[in-house]
Write a protein that binds this ligand. Structure first.
Ligand code: TXA
Ligand code: MG
Length: 319
């Protein structure tokens, strides 16, 4: 389907799965409450979990939210890109998009297909990741097809997502107290270096869950039980003959120990680890193992986003 038809579809209130540089999104016209309500139905997502509004760039924001100098600086440096701002919303943004909050999440993705699409749209695109609620996020069009193909008509195939984990979310409602709400594809250190100041981290946040409702402990989860190990995973465990478990390592081991050992990168580069994480988890989830044992990443840069996804994916509580 050509992009002109896709835009027409969206204008009519249809849903379209779109590629971004982080993960695939399930998009609707953000100004059409009925279309946005269908996003929640298709994903089986609770309506208390608000959506990100995707825009062509910083200049578009003024129509939807109250911008500030901090947002301007970050957009100048990092947009288009994997960074989402939380800002005070304007009334034009429907309540269904923001789960009734007085703030809205906004981002301008940097994917060539997305950019071509949004350039001709006269509305922003509300889009969560295009996965069923709490399952692993999609980084290929076939992931979307496998999970949601019978519920949506149009999937725009933009190839594999380069970054592979979702955007970093920063709360900029109070420009003097910026806070990271979600670790993501833009490392916190890059943001802090650019602005020459520290941002509060998610684990320090006293924000009640009602303000960051999507940050649930269980998320991104395979059906197969997932256990985490600190790095490096001990050779004893790797060389045990347990054929019911798949091991997911950060880097390729020096010698091949068994067919049940898998890896996310050749040499431990965090970019590859993040880019391959969701696709590998899906692959192992479909391979019939009783459990997946994954190695945690170092706690810095993209490793923070990878560990955040791994811990939520491994969470087995009731929440
Ligand atoms: O990379 C990404 O951010 C991808 C692509 C498609 O853009 N999108 C994505 O959307 O990850 P989603 O819905 O899976 O995650 C959005 C997160 C949720 O945790 C949601 O609760 C949070 O953003 N969020 C949205 N609006 C918010 C708001 N006003 N205040 C606080 N958190 C908000
Ligand atoms: Mg998601």
């Amino acid at each position: 389907m050509n992009l002109r038809s896709v835009r027409k579809f969206l204008r009519l209130g249809e849903l379209v799965a779109i590629p971004t540089e982080t993960v695939y999104g399930l998009a609707a016209n953000a100004l059409d409450p009925a279309a946005c309500a269908r996003i929640f139905e298709v994903k089986e997502r609770p309506t208390a979990d608000p959506l990100i509004c995707h825009v062509p760039g910083f200049d578009a924001l003024d129509a939807y939210c109250h911008v500030n100098e901090r947002a301007a600086q970050l957009a100048e440096r990092f947009w288009p890109g994997p960074l989402t701002f939380i800002l005070p919303k304007k009334p034009i943004v429907p309540d269904i998009v923001t789960a009734g909050l007085d703030s809205v999440a906004v981002r301008s993705p940097n994917h060539p297909v997305f950019r071509q699409l949004i350039d001709g749209c006269d509305f922003p695109l509300a889009a969560p990741s295009a996965n069923p609620f709490s399952y692993i996020s999609p980084t290929l069009a076939i992931h979307v097809q496998a999970n949601l193909g019978n519920r949506i008509d149009t999937i725009l195939d933009g190839g594999p997502c380069d970054l592979g984990v979702e955007s970093t979310i920063v709360d900029l409602r109070d420009p003097d107290r910026p806070a990271i709400l979600r670790y993501g594809a833009l490392p916190v250190e890059s943001i802090e270096n650019a602005l020459q100041r520290r941002f509060a981290r998610p684990e320090e946040s006293k924000t009640p869950l009602s303000i960051a409702p999507g940050t649930l402990p269980k998320h991104y989860s395979p059906r197969t039980q997932l256990e985490l190990r600190s790095t490096p995973v001990l050779e004893d465990e790797l060389s045990s003959n347990d054929r019911t478990a798949a091991y997911l390592l950060l880097r390729k081991p020096p010698h091949s120990l068994s067919n049940h050992i898998h890896w996310l990168s050749e040499n431990g580069e965090l970019e590859s680890i993040a880019a391959n994480l969701f696709a590998k988890l899906r692959e192992l989830d479909s391979a019939g193992y009783e459990k997946i044992v994954a190695e945690e990443a170092p706690e810095l840069g993209l490793g923070l986003a990878v560990n955040d996804r791994l811990r939520r994916a491994a969470y087995r509580g009731d929440a």
